[in-house]
Design a protein around this ligand. Structure first.
Ligand code: ARG
Length: 571
């Protein structure tokens, strides 16, 4: 619809100039004034005449009425005045030439305007803490992060996806002590992260009884920091074991990272930044710790060094940001984390600004809300965690059951179950406004009715099924026509893809795409129920409708990719 608005704005501008030589508005102003009427029977776009009222010294309904009498444009079918609005209807020719033909020409590039060409965007997402559970709380950063990366890629940005692994810190001292005391190599190799987590949990339980253990852990971590070979080898092994397991989950989601540079990578890059802070007079001593005072900005101080001189989470983030700026020269560097970390980001972004780095305003924090499962909040400490891999395997299993019952002869059952199962979780999660807390209910996510992933995938598979049936029809070369409102509505919703993409990028909000997918599905299914497609009597109508199905398939398929949902041709 954006291009349609653009054309209408041009013609409307010319028309307004005829009404008055000085309308004090530009074509671009007009473009930004368009609205979508609440109901498409009122019009496809509406131009409010209230602003013009002062300039033209006429009441808005009068202006709308006058405009409706003189306004003409190649791209519209009619324009009507209603209560101070000029309601404008798109023409069928426009829908065919500028929507249908464009989708067919551009295929999976349709919807992109390459507005990110020449720009670099860095994404810091997923980033689990090694040897701690990769749980449902990480679902947000993983799928929102990846979706934002896909959206930017689609618009031509050069994207770098970074998994900033939590692979450094005192927890490794604890793990080394626990492993030396109770660990078993084979068990860890067999059970992976689960085994590391239980060692870690055991350490905590035992340390409550024996305080010495904490001191031992600190010693082991210090040894690690000083390059002790045995500890380094253990640490690398713990990281590898964890990474291998995370990668299984990433594979199910179709996620690949460009870099796995985690927190440990920045150990030798922090001193330079700490020195710079000191030289600038930004560091203050506070009970032995070094901090940056942020009271002027209504924030608690940003902690840079502990009493014992060791570095902290913000220190590493500052060093990592500088490294990324030098390495990638980004236009945006986006961090996706739980909203609980918002203060942390606000603080160190401010410190980067105070350090005089002029790119501080290219750092973006994208927070998201909490997840509970069936109404229960998650707590790592009490063990009430749902691991991501378990969540996905439950979903896959359930879909498997459904397939075995409803379509036992389906080819590639396993792949379909994975695409639909994992997709259902992702879709359900991304359907929400990201900042809202979400209560995850698996049966809702898996439902084939309502605004769900399975419903969207079923619709996609339906488009594939129709095209398969139409494979002997020579529909590609027909001359398309629109004969019903359902067909026109379908092209209209497909025309809004680019706006959905830009909206999702602007607000860092993948749910705009998820909701858009549902809009397409419901309009497509209405068209499917109301119109004969393969069975249409008239050849021209039949071919046109098949072309619409094909266009729907293209746009849906592209949109699925933008929210990390795999597609499946059959369900
Ligand atoms: N590892 C952290 C966690 O699990 C998230 C890291 C987010 N990224 C960052 N640059 N701080 O909480």
């Amino acid at each position: 619809m954006f291009n349609f608005k653009l054309s209408v704005a041009k013609d409307l501008y010319k028309c307004l100039l005829k009404l008055s030589s000085d309308i004090q508005l530009t074509e671009n102003d007009l473009l930004s004034m368009f609205e979508y009427p609440p109901d498409s029977s009122l019009g496809d776009i509406a131009f409010p005449c209230f602003k013009l009222s002062k300039i033209l010294r006429k009441a808005p309904p009068v202006i709308a009425k006058e405009l409706s009498e003189v306004f003409s444009s190649d791209v519209i079918s009619k324009a009507e005045a209603v209560n101070g609005y000029l309601n404008i209807f798109v023409s069928n020719e426009y829908l065919i030439k500028n929507v249908l033909f464009e989708i067919e020409n551009k295929k999976d590039k349709y919807g992109s305007d390459l507005s990110g060409k020449g720009k670099v965007a860095v994404f810091d997402y997923s980033s689990p803490n090694v040897a701690k559970p990769f749980h449902i709380g990480h679902l947000g950063t993983t799928v929102i992060g990846h979706s934002l990366k896909k959206l930017h890629e689609f618009q031509g940005y050069d994207c770098v996806g970074i998994n900033y692994l939590g692979d450094w810190g005192t927890q490794f001292g604890k793990l080394i002590v626990a492993y030396n005391m109770w660990g078993n190599k084979e068990r860890i190799e067999k059970n992976g992260v689960d085994e590391l987590v239980s060692l870690y949990v055991k350490f905590h339980n035992e340390a409550e009884l024996d305080n010495e253990l904490n001191q031992k852990a600190r010693n082991e971590f210090t040894k690690l920091e000083h390059g002790d070979e045995t500890n380094i080898a253990l640490w690398k092994w713990f990281v590898d074991i964890s990474l291998k397991e995370y990668q299984k989950t990433y594979k199910q989601l179709g996620i690949e990272f460009d870099s796995y540079k985690g927190e440990s990578f920045y150990t030798d890059k922090m001193p330079e930044q700490v020195q710079k802070l000191r030289d600038l007079g930004l560091l203050k001593l506070d009970e032995g710790a070094s901090i940056v005072d942020l009271s002027k900005y209504n924030m608690p101080p940003c902690l840079i060094l502990k009493k014992d001189g060791s570095t902290l989470y913000p220190t590493r983030d500052i060093a990592a940001a500088v490294y990324r700026k030098n390495t990638y020269d980004f236009d945006k560097c986006i961090y996706v984390t739980a909203a609980g970390q918002s203060l942390h980001f606000a603080q160190w972004f401010k410190v980067v600004e105070l350090m005089g780095y002029d790119w501080y305003d290219k750092l973006v924090h994208v927070p998201y809300g909490t997840v509970s499962i069936n109404g229960e909040k998650l707590a790592t400490r009490t063990g009430n965690v749902i691991l991501l891999k378990d969540l996905f395997s439950t979903a896959i299993e359930k879909v498997n059951e459904i397939i075995s019952e409803k379509n036992p002869n389906l080819e590639n059952k396993e792949d379909v179950a994975e695409a639909v199962g994992v997709g259902s979780v992702v879709f359900y999660y991304l359907y929400n406004n990201r900042i809202k807390d979400i209560n995850f209910v698996m049966s809702d996510a898996l439902s084939f009715e309502g605004n769900t992933g399975p419903y969207a995938q079923y619709t996609y598979a339906r488009t594939c099924g129709i095209l398969e049936k139409a494979k002997d029809v020579n529909w590609q070369n027909s001359e398309p026509i629109i004969t019903t409102n359902d067909e026109a509505e379908l092209l209209k919703v497909l025309s809004k893809f680019n706006e959905a993409v830009n909206g999702a990028i602007k607000d860092y909000e993948p749910s705009i795409i998820t909701r858009y997918i549902i809009d397409i599905c419901s309009i497509f299914n209405k068209f499917y129920h109301n119109c004969n497609i393969i069975t249409a009597d008239d050849d021209k109508i039949k071919c046109s409708r098949i072309r619409l199905v094909n266009a729907t398939k293209i746009v849906l398929g592209t949109a699925f990719g933008l929210i990390c949902m795999k597609k499946t041709e059959k369900i």
